[in-house]
Design a protein around this ligand. Structure first.
Ligand SMILES: *[C@@H]1O[C@H](CO)[C@@H](O)[C@H](O)[C@H]1NC(C)=O
Length: 195
């Protein structure tokens, strides 16, 4: 089970790498291939933003770090690898802002907002491998909204998704929709023309 989860992960990272290679070579006109490093950042700095679910703390965790994925899977029995949520920048490219990661004993919270970051730190969250990456604060260069949902309870949880279906399902299950965390690249549209 451990082994298969890890190998699934590497398969998926390999697919991402192939996808990136394809869209860099593609002659298909879409806004990402037209993106210029001057305004959009460098697409070769994009990295998978992977999603895990940790049942022992009923929390979703997002990371760009393969070692973190492996540590959770090995160290927290029952951890589920849920796939790649989006592609985000691994370094502070043009037009991006830091996507801070804060954790408490029961939740992982991600925000670009310094006021929210300060409030989380004041309420007992600590910075965790932060920033997790860099995202756009506005919808430019073919990016898509990354929606944030919050399960407000004694044992809270946050979900981040580009999927309106997943957003609406989570809201129907009792999560509160808290708006757009920032703008990212959608894995599903990788290499396909913008409509
Ligand atoms: C940042 O968060 C604060 C507190 O929630 C909010 O009032 C403010 O509008 C946010 N700023 C931006 C740019 O979203």
């Amino acid at each position: 089970m451990k082994t298969s989860a890890i190998s699934m992960l590497f398969t998926s990272f390999a697919a991402v790498a192939r996808g990136l290679a394809v869209f860099q070579e593609s002659t298909t006109l879409n806004s990402r291939t037209e993106a210029t490093p001057q305004t959009c950042g460098d697409v070769s700095d994009l990295t998978p933003f992977a999603e895990l679910y940790i049942p022992s703390i009923t929390a979703h965790v997002y990371t760009t770090n393969n070692d973190v994925v492996t540590d959770f899977i090995v160290g927290n029995p029952g951890t589920t690898y849920l796939g790649v949520t989006a592609l985000i920048f691994s370094i502070a490219d043009t037009s991006t802002v830091p996507f801070y990661c804060l954790r408490s004993s029961s939740a992982y919270f991600y925000t670009t907002n310094q006021t929210e970051r300060a409030a989380a730190l004041a309420s007992g969250f600590v910075e965790y491998l932060s920033p997790v990456g860099y995202i756009y604060p506005s919808q430019i260069c073919g990016s898509v909204p990354l929606y944030r949902l919050h399960f407000i309870a004694a044992n809270p949880d946050y979900i981040y998704t580009t999927s309106t279906t997943e957003r609406d399902n989570a809201a129907a299950m009792g999560f509160t929709y808290e708006g757009v965390a920032g703008y990212v690249y959608d894995l599903l549209s990788c290499g396909s023309p913008e409509s």
